[in-house]
Design a protein around this ligand. Structure first.
Ligand code: CP3
Length: 361
């Protein structure tokens, strides 16, 4: 555990810990904001580095990962940094070959298709298998020098299983969903293995210096409520319980497409629930009954709008949440790679200046 880990009732440095305070529903002078996928292609500075190195080289080189992680803090003024890495490093550490195809994205050469494939997956020892992640975290913490907190992350077991079985992103994830109904025992075996690997990985990130953790359950929305409850939620609960036993950091759960199930998500043990733009944020707040903080939920496409319209959209998120603590401003999903940087900067400035909805009391 690092010395700057915040306890739920501990006074904090108001300049640097606004994001952490908001995670614990403490009063803050303004609403903190960060954006999913904030370290990325919409920044010319990112594209300049990316023209020299491929994506996987960048995330495996701590100096490059550090530089890219800090870019949005310097350039757009967000209140938290998120580690530059990818959710797919875990399947890779378990032995799957990961390639990154330009203009298409990540692809596993041999997707999982049988019990034998699942049995072949190796347990993950984060320090030995993913040393570059821990080194990047240490370098980022040193370079940030307390300016803003650093968020570590992993994919949820279900979301990682989706890519491992399908082999790549997909619009229907038919192979995955076939396994769910046709060979559920196989899926359960895989989810169990992933749960252990992810819990260890996140714990190692916290030990290296991550001050908050986000679990990306980006494909949680593919499941029925019952299947979410049976297959996905218990794995997330186990990961969060382990983190809370061993590390004093807030945990954010982003189950995309599951705004109708915030009651279930509250059982996950997460301190913060991140919601997409399909649920009004005020309704999300009402449903969690002041038990957890809410993160979200501007439609990422709103960043294409001219500044006046973008402001209106941001205002409706801020006022939709209303007064009182426990709101972290974010997008409902990742930032698009071609939005103008000036719009992103304007959004951050607008949220910071909106003191009347500051959630301070
Ligand atoms: O949020 C951040 O800025 C931190 C870094 C981060 C990346 N990926 C870098 C990245 C994080 C948190 C992720 C998480 C991630 N990776 C998720 C969950 C979040 C989500 O968007 O739902 C998923 C599903 C992945 C897997 C992945 N990585 C896909 C499907 C793709 C291709 C799509 C795309 O956006 O290009 C990636 C590539 C990726 N991950 C890029 C970045 C900056 C783009 C790489 C490039 O071309 O430079």
């Amino acid at each position: 555990m690092t010395s700057s880990n915040l306890q739920p009732d501990e006074p904090v440095n108001p300049q640097t810990d606004i994001f952490l305070r908001a995670c614990y529903r403490q009063p803050v002078p303004y609403t903190p904001i960060w954006m999913m996928r904030q370290a990325g292609r919409y920044l010319p500075e990112y594209r300049a580095l990316r023209s020299q190195y491929d994506f996987l080289t960048m995330l495996r080189t701590p100096e490059l990962a550090t530089e890219v992680t800090i870019q949005p803090v310097d350039i757009v003024g967000v209140d938290a940094a998120i580690l530059f890495c990818d959710i797919l490093v875990i399947p890779e550490a378990m032995g799957m070959e990961l390639r990154f195809i330009e203009k298409q994205g990540p692809v596993f050469t041999d997707p999982l298709r049988s019990e034998h494939d699942i049995d072949q997956l190796k347990p993950v020892a984060p320090q030995e298998d993913l040393p570059y992640v821990m080194e990047a975290i240490r370098q980022i913490r040193a370079q940030l020098a307390g300016r803003v907190p650093l968020i570590g992350f992993a994919g949820s077991p279900w979301t990682l299983a989706a890519y491992m079985i399908e082999g790549q992103g997909s619009s229907h994830f038919r192979t995955l969903r076939r396994m769910l109904y046709a060979e559920p025992a196989l899926l359960e075996k895989l989810l169990d293995k992933l749960t252990i690997a992810i819990a260890k990985f996140l714990q190692a990130q916290v030990e290296a210096g991550a001050q908050a953790i986000q679990i990306f359950d980006s494909w949680g929305g593919l499941l029925t409520r019952e299947a979410y409850q049976y297959y996905s939620l218990p794995t997330i609960q186990r990961i969060i319980a382990r983190l809370h036993r061993t590390a004093n950091v807030p945990v954010i759960l982003f189950s995309r497409g599951r705004g109708a199930d915030l009651d279930l998500q509250m059982d996950s043990g997460a301190d913060v629930l991140s919601v997409d733009w399909t649920i009004p944020i005020g309704k999300a707040r009402q449903q969690v009954k002041e038990q957890v903080a809410i993160q979200g939920n501007l439609d990422p496409a709103a960043l294409y709008a001219p500044p006046e319209i973008l402001q209106e959209e941001a205002k409706s998120v801020l006022s939709g949440y209303g007064d009182g603590p426990g709101h972290i401003f974010n997008l409902g999903h990742g930032i698009f790679p071609d939005v103008p940087v000036e719009h992103v900067q304007a959004l951050v400035e607008y949220v910071h200046n909106d003191r009347k909805n500051s959630h301070a009391n």
